[in-house]
Write a protein that binds this ligand. Structure first.
Ligand SMILES: [Zn+2]
Length: 221
């Protein structure tokens, strides 16, 4: 199984540099667990970063510099998450979820606070933040047409089970789709298997059709 749709180079580089927000890091770590090609790219970026650090010329250190560095490390630890090293060890028997994700949901999706978003669509947040992007799981019954919608901010979707098709292509396990405020689409879940996606959303979805506008209150995830 190989993913056909990957995160952009920019996102992978930011991941390697440790500068992604937590929700996006969770999605990228989950993709890396399933995608050897992106894993290799991230590890190359990390080694280039290490080389660059090696090239930095030493400068005279002032008194107290160590304290400043240690204080910054403390800040970094508080502000940044430790995404576990990618490993494709399945935990969830029903969904075969990769390790970075199961670590965030206590090993199973069953106890998540699922809520009804619309006909045959359920959503559960997996990490709560007061600001910044939101991350959660979306379950869509086979063959369901998600209402046509646009986006008021960036959105990253990664398929964990089943698949869906929209105007940009077909997405199955491991695939990542990036949407920005220029994309208006109507994903349709593939037939046969429930589609489960990990979604990172910055803005709110903006429905464009009549029915979609009617269900808009439910789409605010
Ligand atoms: Zn990839």
């Amino acid at each position: 199984m190989t993913a056909h749709h990957h995160p952009s180079d920019d996102i992978l580089l930011s991941y390697a540099a440790g500068s992604l927000d937590e929700p996006t890091s969770i999605l990228i770590a989950t993709h890396l667990a399933l995608c050897p090609a992106c894993r290799e790219q991230v590890s190359k970026a990390e080694s280039v970063g290490g080389e660059l650090l090696n090239d930095v010329k030493p400068v005279a250190i002032q008194d107290g510099a160590l304290d400043v560095v240690l204080a910054r490390l403390d800040e970094g630890e508080r502000g940044q998450i430790n995404v576990p090293a990618p490993a494709a060890v399945p935990h969830d028997n029903d969904l075969n979820l990769p390790r970075p994700l199961t670590d965030y949901i206590d090993g199973s999706t069953k106890s998540l606070p699922w809520r009804w978003l619309g006909p045959s669509v359920h959503y559960a947040p997996i990490a709560s933040h007061t600001k910044g992007p939101k991350v959660g799981l979306l379950r869509i019954a086979p063959g369901t047409r998600v209402p046509m919608h646009g986006h008021s901010g960036n959105e990253l979707t990664m398929v964990l089970a089943g698949g869906y098709t929209d105007g940009t292509g077909n997405y199955t396990r491991g695939d990542v789709e990036a949407a920005d405020d220029g994309l208006v689409h109507q994903p349709i879940a593939d037939a046969g298997e429930e589609c489960v996606c990990l979604v990172v959303t910055e803005g709110v979805l903006q429905p464009t059709g009549l029915i979609a506008r009617l269900v808009q209150p439910f789409l605010r995830i």
